[in-house]
Design a protein around this ligand. Sequence first.
Ligand SMILES: Cc1ncc(COP(=O)(O)O)c(C=O)c1O
Length: 392
Amino acid sequence: MSIDVARARAETPGTAHVVHLNNAGSALPPQPVTEAVFAHLALEEEIGGYEAAARNAGGVERTYAAVARLLGCGTDEVALVESATVAWALAFQTLEFQPGDRILTGTAEYASNVIAFLQAARRSGAEIEVIPDDADGQTDVMALDAMIDGRVKLIALTHIPTNGGLVNPAASVGGIARMHGIPYLLDACQAAGQMPLDVNELGCDFLTATGRKFLRGPRGTGFLYVRRERLEGMEPRVLDLHGATLAGPDRYEPRPDARRFEYWESNVAARIGLGVAVDYALDWGLEAIRERVWSLGGWLRTLLDAVPGVTLRDLGAERCGIVTFTLDGVDPDAVKAAVGAKGFNVSVSRASSTRFDMDARGLAAVVRASPHYYNTEAELELFAEAVAALAP
Ligand SMILES: Cc1ncc(COP(=O)(O)O)c(C=O)c1O
């Protein structure tokens, strides 16, 4: 089934105001999401925060069910948190490393994850090793296989990086992780809402994502998936009275499910909105979304490739909806500002966000244009014209 773009736009008020090509940053939310958030805030105003949460408890439960449907997992394997970074850090911090342990990661790994590896390495003496890329610029699965030994204690991969069209072979990596029983932490922040995700096909033990990007949820939302078999004995660094019960004066018991990674206080309206966003994406269908987003990405590459002075910067055999490029003689920030003045929202992805990859390619920054299914081919054509007009 293909996407009804006219309906998608009618349900996305922002499309009347901007050409939003910053969905890898934070997408335009659809009306049902903002309505759900506003409605809960109005109820809080009317009857009080705790009382509103009690009345809308079903709305929050629905979010766990929606995320579980999105990922093909159980509701007991989902924790709702504030962002992809929080989800990722909560999972990573439960892992213990000894001197000489190896953490394997990809060249496209997100900077916050790498900072956490460096902290862990400094504290524990673990070593960080970057899996080489294959000729297409994606994680080389054969090279990974050859790197495995008894000292590998974690494989951590970014599925789709923040800085380009690359789609890493996350399921093949998962196959290797599972074969060797090595914990596998998948950063699916840019993949969630852009393509189908199934944790059993991916073979990951932990998956992290955010609400505001391709899922079109509220800001300040994210989720963590933890495989049931891994939950046993896994304790977050900090537990509160929501994640655990104080069973006696000197004894606590963590919750049996993934909600042990949550804390008591939360933005209930945003959590409800996240569930609506996930269900909204599921209603369109993740296959249909992928088809449209990736085909818009391909069309934008074709258009930009024809602009004199533009160099496309995307890697990978299969490319997603995130399009990155540079324009000869024009700083990426100047490109962003100039097209922004004409109503096009894009962003700039810097080396500091994906250091291994950008340094290896000698790139300081790239312009990032990331369409969603509600964008039109005509918008992309106007955008390419706006970029062409900037060429010195
Ligand atoms: C690949 C990747 N991982 C993680 C993050 C962090 O997400 P959040 O800002 O929701 O913590 C981003 C954000 O751009 C990202 O692109």
